[in-house]
Design a protein around this ligand. Structure first.
Ligand SMILES: *Cc1c(COP(=O)(O)O)cnc(C)c1O
Length: 371
């Protein structure tokens, strides 16, 4: 198999368009005006996508999506603040770990994996604990594919006079995350999910007032978004060596995003991918972890077949050798595997992976796909 035709059914990094990869075939001098203006253009385009022109700032920071989330937490949560973290999967847990290591006050609201966070429970927690200053929401808990009810959580948080941080790493670029509606204090995402760029930086949006007020909160210099934002505004420069290729790929990915028709067109394609995958998998007897209504059209978790001939590692390797890369599940209790619907993939790609999954299972001697 030609490795260039490998298709990634992963919730990041995703399959990229060849034009995005081609954007990385030259070098860039980082101090040079050309790179500075590319950074400025990417930040402006991202801000447009976030509907934050004039009111918000866009900060890019080196690292993966988690660096952006960690930077967001320490930049926007004051040192004496307290963060309510609803946890229904790995990414919620990661935010709890971030707060532990930073020594920031936090409270957990744990719900079972594959279950959405209940806005009523957030409301109750905020009523009970007056010390909670901020709530963080993982919009799509990518470890299971659960879509959390962001609009309702934003409303109860605002009604209780608290501030909202959003981990929209796996949803920005497809979902409507209008700041007028959500009123967030900061939102973090990354280029290598729904934006279909490549990994290497994180993207954080925040109201300009919040960025100004946040100076001095972060205890890490390299992850201080308020400081990096000031530098971008003053000189257009990254403080430290920027991921030049990642920015060039993101510029092309944003061009393709716009040409496709922006967020609504991208979401429609992912929904079509999700429907095609569900139909082809469930038609063969595979059982999803969750009800369709709870799933984001980002990734579907399937229960491993109970058949003793099903061995995930063999299954994974055989699929990979055919050019399809999937992911193990990330759940603690229930064995699952995940197939993502995001990236430069079309519904036919989803039917192709479902067919290959069925064939590989038959090759392994798995005849019943029920969990
Ligand atoms: C991908 C992802 C992240 C970031 O993960 P990295 O491995 O650091 O890129 C954070 N939150 C969610 C919900 C994600 O899907």
């Amino acid at each position: 198999m030609d490795k260039k035709s490998l298709r990634l059914y992963l919730p990041g990094p995703v399959t990229t368009d060849p034009r995005v990869r081609d954007a990385m075939t030259r070098d860039w001098g980082v101090w040079d005006e050309e790179f500075r203006s590319m950074t400025a253009q990417v930040r402006a385009q991202l801000l447009g996508l976030a509907c934050g022109e004039g009111s918000h700032g866009c900060v890019l920071v080196q690292g993966s999506g988690s660096f952006g989330v960690e930077a967001m937490v320490q930049t926007f949560l004051p040192r004496d603040g307290r963060l309510l973290i609803p946890v229904n999967g790995k990414y919620g847990e990661r935010i709890a770990t971030i707060c532990e290591k930073l020594g920031r006050g936090h409270s957990l609201l744990t719900v079972p994996e594959g279950t959405a966070v209940d806005p009523g429970a957030i409301d109750a927690a905020l009523a009970e604990d007056r010390d909670i200053s901020h709530v963080v929401v993982v919009h799509c808990e990518t470890s299971s594919g659960t879509l959390n009810p962001l609009d309702d959580i934003a409303r109860v948080t605002a009604d209780r006079g608290r501030k909202l941080l959003i981990d929209a790493v796996s949803t920005f670029g497809a979902f409507d995350l209008n700041p007028d509606k959500l009123g967030y204090d900061a939102l973090a995402t990354s280029p290598n999910k729904c934006l279909e760029g490549v990994p290497g930086c994180a993207i954080v949006f925040a109201p300009q007032d919040s960025l100004r007020a946040a100076l001095g909160n972060a205890q890490s210099h390299s992850l201080d978004l308020a400081d990096q934002w000031q530098q971008f505004e003053a000189t257009g420069q990254w403080r430290f060596t920027p991921p030049t290729f990642v920015v060039a790929a993101l510029a092309e990915a944003l061009r393709l995003h716009e040409a496709e028709g922006g967020n609504p067109a991208r979401l429609a394609r992912y929904q079509a991918n999700h429907a095609a995958l569900a139909e082809a998998m469930e038609g063969q007897g595979f059982v999803p972890l969750m009800d369709r209504a709870l799933q984001a059209p980002v990734v579907i978790s399937y229960r491993d077949p109970a058949d003793p001939n099903f061995k995930f590692t063999r299954f994974y390797t055989r699929l990979r050798d055919r050019g399809f890369m999937i992911y193990p599940g990330h759940l603690t209790d229930i064995p699952t595997f995940r197939v993502a619907c995001i990236g430069a993939l079309q519904p036919q790609d989803m039917r192709d992976v479902a067919a290959a999954i069925g064939e590989v299972c038959h090759e392994m001697g798995v005849t019943n796909f029920a969990p």
